[in-house]
Design a protein around this ligand. Structure first.
Ligand SMILES: O=C[C@H](O)[C@@H](O)CC(=O)C(=O)O
Ligand SMILES: [Zn+2]
Length: 276
């Protein structure tokens, strides 16, 4: 397991790009045949990827720092499949996840195994938080998610937000998670940006060519920094940081939040003129 210690709101201001990357980004998580996990200090979010090869399932391991007999003893997990169709087995029950389908895994689930049944692997992205109670494991297909259409072509930010793990869809503990897809020709996400001191957030950008980049904006509103991110890079946003991006082409991203509450719309909006 890797550990990500994010810099504080004073230190980040004097960091180089390489240092910012080191302190906030999670790169190279998706590796064929591997399960990789990073324990972050943003609300104890655990971020990971599992890319199982055919006939070689990967199981979700526990770790000394989870202080538990099994991973989900006191944790919930959100999983979304970013690769080809795959399968997740939770306590012996199989869930087939088509591309972009989610699985919410409840606290108390003892064994979690990831499978690819085809030659091209599934690519499971997962985010986990501490959970205070057991609920139910739920498979969320795209049509079950809350759908919010935002932005416009004129604003270069036409996008659809799929809220897959959120109140009303899945009874989770603190995790709120979904995917946002930008229309062709639109490049901006979360414009204008916002903060939410009550929750921290992790973005994972994907679904764009290897030689394109999404310029992610972070930092306190009056001291923003940007980082060009390659596909399948995750970036942690502490409570004090904006999290917004402009791509060199359209793209999608998975967002996941944890913290005080689960209300998606209570963000503190900024205007672009507030940024420095
Ligand atoms: O707090 C909410 C999150 O930052 C994202 O869900 C925002 C987002 O997907 C978008 O505006 O494109
Ligand atoms: Zn947000």
């Amino acid at each position: 397991m890797n550990f990500l210690q994010t810099a504080d709101s004073v230190r980040y201001q004097r960091m180089t790009s390489a240092e910012l990357r080191e302190n906030f980004c999670m790169e190279g998580m998706f590796r064929a045949g591997e399960l990789n996990l990073t324990y972050t200090d943003v609300d104890r979010a655990l971020v990971g990827a599992a890319v199982p090869l055919k006939h070689q399932p990967l199981s979700l391991p526990t770790h000394k720092e989870l202080a538990s007999d099994y991973f989900c003893e006191r944790r919930e997990v959100g999983v979304v499949n970013l690769g080809e169709s795959g399968r997740v087995e939770v306590d012996g029950k199989s869930y087939v996840l088509a591309p972009l389908e989610f699985l919410y895994i409840s606290r108390g689930s003892r064994t979690v195994n990831f499978f690819s049944d085809g030659d091209t692997p599934a690519e499971f992205y997962l985010v986990s938080y501490p959970a205070h109670r057991e609920t139910e494991t739920v498979h969320v297909t795209m049509d079950k998610a809350n759908t919010v259409e935002l932005g416009s072509i004129e604003g270069s930010n036409e996008r659809v937000i799929y809220q897959a793990i959120c109140p009303g869809v899945v009874d989770s503990c603190q995790l709120v998670m979904g995917v946002t897809r930008l229309s062709k020709g639109s490049v901006w996400n979360t414009k204008p940006p916002h903060t939410h001191r009550r929750r921290t957030e992790v973005y994972l950008y994907f679904d764009f060519p290897e030689d394109e980049r999404v310029f992610h904006f972070m930092g306190q509103p009056h001291e923003t920094r940007s980082l060009p991110l390659a596909p399948k890079t995750a970036i942690a946003s502490p409570y004090w940081s904006i999290h917004s991006g402009a791509g060199s082409c359209n793209y999608s991203f998975v967002w996941a939040m944890g913290g005080e509450n689960q209300q998606f719309d209570d963000m503190d909006h900024l205007s672009l003129g507030d940024l420095g």
